[in-house]
Design a protein around this ligand. Structure first.
Ligand code: SF4
Ligand code: MG
Length: 329
């Protein structure tokens, strides 16, 4: 599989300003702080971490909903990070986003039909084609077109997310950034929506970046998973390898918090001390050292880079994990 998307050293720093009349920049919130990863065509990359670790900002910076401070976003071989105007508008056909909150992301004054038609109107799809596509897409996401004259508040959370998914499909995108699409839903509904998304991925040859704060949510749908901490990727790898053989202490802690049905697979619970440090004043060296049970002197001063940690496609950024040479990753 070739790379559809390549993100290189992406940064998004939000300036902190002080002073009412002549505000001066006194610092920055380093929401995304040098993130690199790739997404192959047709795969799902899970992007995981606690809230505030920069996952959503990364998703929005890829789409240019917020302008990256630094770095490259290579989509189909072209750096799209500085796209503006018509180029950016065209790109938004190809790359869509599905938001966490189906309540907030659907206009309450529009009917389902109008909501799904909106992107097609904006791109000039003829009326007849629009109407056919609305019926087709409602069917595809498991809602009857019989409901298309109703308003969002008449639907359940899961149904509203299906409407959001239908809208995201209207312009035949290739890449969909799914920003916690099931986090607001009941657990039983989460599985249904994730299964639907998997079916749609196969049917429409879609590529997903699937953002979640929970490693159990992305396990099923992801081909590879990247774990973020304080604006950086600390571990990335093939899903089965990463879950069976997590190398970074932060990944180990996240995995140990997942309730495991099979007692033989149960891991010792690793409880993280302390709160997530502020992204405006992250710790020096390894940003995780203030909470890492294995931290040593070097961790406080030297920043660990991602390196190959197994013979598969698996990298982690930790001083205590041995580099494995001869990786094909
Ligand atoms: Fe922990 Fe040090 Fe590894 Fe960071 S580099 S995760 S502090 S052991
Ligand atoms: Mg978020």
């Amino acid at each position: 599989m070739s790379n559809l998307l390549e993100v290189k050293n992406l940064k998004k720093h939000f300036p902190i300003k002080k002073g009412a009349i002549f505000p001066k920049q006194v610092g920055a919130v380093k929401a995304v702080d040098g993130v690199s990863f790739h997404v192959r065509k047709g795969e799902t990359l899970g992007l995981v971490g606690e809230s505030g670790c920069g996952k959503s900002t990364t998703g929005r910076a890829i789409l240019n909903l917020i302008q990256p401070s630094e770095g490259e976003v290579i989509y189909k071989g072209e750096d799209i990070s500085h796209y503006k105007g018509e180029k950016l508008r065209k790109l938004r056909q190809d790359i869509q986003i599905i938001f966490q909150d189906p309540y907030a992301s659907l206009n309450p004054r529009m009917t389902v039909e109008q909501i799904i038609a909106e992107p097609m109107r904006a791109f000039g799809t003829p009326k007849k084609e629009r109407e056919e596509k609305i019926d087709y897409l409602l069917d595809v996401v498991g809602l009857s077109s019989y409901h298309k004259h109703r308003y969002p508040h008449e639907f359940s959370g899961g149904q509203r997310q299906r409407i959001g998914i239908a809208r995201a499909l209207t312009l035949d995108p290739e890449l969909i950034i799914c920003d916690e699409p099931v986090s607001a839903l009941d657990v039983s509904i989460q599985a249904q929506v994730i299964n639907l998304m998997e079916d749609l991925q196969k049917e429409f040859d879609l590529t997903f970046i699937f953002i979640a704060h929970d490693l159990s949510v992305v396990h099923h749908i992801s081909d590879r998973v990247a774990v973020m901490y304080l604006g950086e990727i600390v571990e990335v790898g093939e899903v089965e390898e990463l879950y069976a053989n997590p190398k970074h202490p932060y990944t180990q802690a996240l995995l140990s918090a997942i309730p495991e049905a099979d007692p033989h697979l149960k891991r010792d619970r690793m409880v993280l001390e302390g709160d997530l440090p502020s992204p405006s004043n992250p710790p020096a060296g390894c940003k995780f050292h203030t909470r890492c049970p294995f931290a040593e002197e070097i961790c406080r001063t030297e920043h660990p880079e991602l390196k190959d940690v197994s013979t598969g496609d698996h990298q982690a950024a930790c001083h205590l994990v041995k580099e494995v040479v001869g990786s094909n990753g």
